[in-house]
Design a protein around this ligand. Structure first.
Ligand code: PGA
Length: 262
């Protein structure tokens, strides 16, 4: 059984005081739920809030929440102005790092090769990469979705061992569904995710393909999560907009926990 992941990607939002208030509210919500009954809950604040949120999690009921960064660099140290290493993120309590988000690919020129280097560095540092992939509307309309996603995934996991891929998480996020309110139809999202699982199987074998958790992302809301979780291959969600308010994020967590209890 793959444990679902519910991950909130805060993107470029929240000052430290907002982050603190969010974590306090989320902690209150999670207080009465046993950790085993929960999905793996992950929040990804900006770099400036990571250390604060990490220290809050170490203290309160938010031990039920894992910390994620939204990006990292693959070198450990050195003359790389503006970059942050995996070891530094581990040092402040991160256990996950999102890589290859379409916004990073689009606005910050992140290439498949860079994403592969980051995945290797993250796994070598004992953390879990959340590797994002997704097609544009033009690619979907041109019938290129599967070929594009397959090539992104093959490139991202190139040279990784089966054990490393098994530990990793992948997020399928159609670009046209991100922040638009247009969710991808759940059956179609499940089809693409099953296709990704097959790409993983061909690359590193059936065991890793069975173990790797593949999330859906793109306008996930409390109203959509039940249908998404009911699909055979969707192992949770990467959530932007609806993760910014503790009540809607908590509602998504609760609904996923209810699905797990079935
Ligand atoms: P969204 O963002 O939920 O606001 O569509 C998802 C993401 O970019 O991870």
């Amino acid at each position: 059984m793959r444990k679902p992941i519910i991950a909130g990607n805060w993107k470029l939002n929240k000052l430290t005081a907002d982050s603190k208030a969010f974590i306090e509210e989320l902690g209150t919500g999670l207080k009465n739920i046993d950790k085993d009954a929960l999905p793996e809950v992950v929040v990804a604040p900006t770099f400036t809030s990571l250390a604060l949120v990490g220290s809050m999690m170490a203290e309160c009921d938010c031990q039920k929440v894992s910390l994620s960064a939204q990006n990292c660099y693959w070198e450990q140290s050195g003359a790389y102005t503006g970059e942050v290493s995996v070891e530094m993120l581990e040092d402040i309590g991160c256990s996950f790092i999102i890589i290859g988000h379409s916004e990073r690919r689009q606005y910050f020129c992140e290439t498949d090769e860079m994403i592969n280097k980051k995945a290797k560095a993250i796994l070598a540092g004992g953390l879990i990469p959340i590797i994002c992939c997704g097609e544009s509307l033009e690619q979907r309309e041109a019938g290129e979705t599967d070929a594009h996603i397959a090539s992104q995934i093959k490139a991202a996991i190139e040279g990784l061992s089966a054990a490393d891929v098994a530990k990793s998480a992948i997020a399928y996020e159609p670009i046209w569904a991100i922040g638009t309110g247009k969710t991808c139809d759940s059956v179609e999202a499940n089809r693409v995710i099953a296709m990704i699982r097959n790409v993983v199987k061909e690359a590193v074998g059936a065991e890793a393909a069975d173990a790797v958790r593949i999330l859906y992302g793109g306008s996930v809301k409390p109203e959509t999560i039940e249908e998404q979780m009911a699909q055979s291959d969707i192992d949770g969600a990467l959530i932007g907009g609806a993760s910014l308010k503790a009540d809607s994020f908590f509602s998504i967590i609760e609904k996923t926990a209810a699905h797990m209890a079935k």
